[in-house]
Design a protein around this ligand. Sequence first.
Ligand SMILES: [Zn+2]
Length: 503
Amino acid sequence: MRESRARDSILQGGVPIRDAGFAGGGSGVARTEQNGCGFVKPLLLSMVVVAASISCGETEDHAEWRVGCARVSITPEEPVVLLGYGDRTQPFEHVAQDIHAKALAFEDGRGRRAVIVTADLVGFQAAVVTESVSDRIRKETGLERTQLLFNASHSHTGPLVSLDPWSEANAIAHAPLSPDDRRKTIAYTRALQDRLVAVVRDAVSKLEPAQLAWGRGSVPFPMNRRLPRDGRIAMADNPQGRTDRSVPVLSAQTPAGGHIAFLFGCACHNTTLTGADNVISGDYAGFAQVYLEERFPGAQAMFMSGCGADANPSPRGSMPLAERHGRTLGEEVARIAEGPLEEVRGDLGTAYETVELPLQDLPKSEIQERAELPSAEAVTARQMLRVLEAGEPLPTEYPAPLVAWHFGRAFTLIALPGEPVAEYVDLIEATLPNQQLWIAGYSNDCFGYLPTEQVVGEGGHENIGVTLWLWGRDLRRHVGFFAPSVEQTIVGAAARMARRQEP
Ligand SMILES: [Zn+2]
């Protein structure tokens, strides 16, 4: 059963992708796709650029950077339950668009390496995926945790990823699971882990000389979705609200100028599609990647989520709109990549830390009050009450991973965990006025929303706190509302890590 291949021509037109498919049962042997790392450049262009390089006293052999890229399909082979909307009642109906995990490996002139992994998924959970996968990658490649960054597109038309799924968690984010669904979700998750290890290993094995350059554009469709109404915050378009519409682009080219890879960001939920679309798709980010890979045959396009917790695409609600936003984003990335870019020179610096994020210590009476709210905050409160009723303590902190990577003197990539709201971009930039910053979210651990002090005070959907129980029964004790000081904890740690690494 399963697949509609209606979009294959869009996905693979002209690009010789070896798509391994996804073995939901987990064969234990994960195959990966290669794309872009054997770029065949036009001979004439090659001669011109080499001649120019020699006149500068350099040759292709002395490129400062090396990069390698690899990709793997993570499209489920059989219908599994999706994560992202609570109004879907069954496993997905068909595959509207294949989804992928992709890896981009970097090596600087000193031989220092790092790998970014992106995927068309709702999120990467530390407890379910990134911790165990990083451990396996370290054993296979020698790469330490500080050298790995996982970023999910937050597509709401991606599979639930869990080793311990439970039906009670379905109130806001997924369909109920039958015993058979549960088995399929666990098998999918195990196979996904194998794929992620393999795709990193493959990217590292494909390192080749490269030039890195970066720039920034913007797109109009991200829209703030926190609308003050009747004394509360409703989830609806708010044109006056803060939104980060910037589109950072990192371009990797062969020394002769052939495109190897584009890493690009956008700070907006991948929710053009809604709960009515019970299909597999990468949403606008998936369409943007397809657009770029068709326009630049052989190159690999990778999407990184920014601080888009409080942004939805506008307008939204249909596949044609997802395709439209994807094309808008893809065209902007192409425009930036083909325009003047700042070359990335210098060394790679990587920092990774676990930071304790403070949770509110609420009396039971207040938790009971919140459990009656007409919003998603009530779901968190009810989960907290369950923990208390089981005689277990509520946590006071949540340990979250933060990343700061320096790309030479060009820019610093700060990768926040969870779903950060856009205001974090302003807050962090204000503390680091002397650095060019690329601030990503949805990185390394997706535990729920990451609010600022203002959002904690206002409430609303982005104040629902740690919602890890969505990803597994064994994670249900990690529940709570963030304290207002979570903002200072995040901003302070990010600034400290970025300064410590200052080039
Ligand atoms: Zn979200």
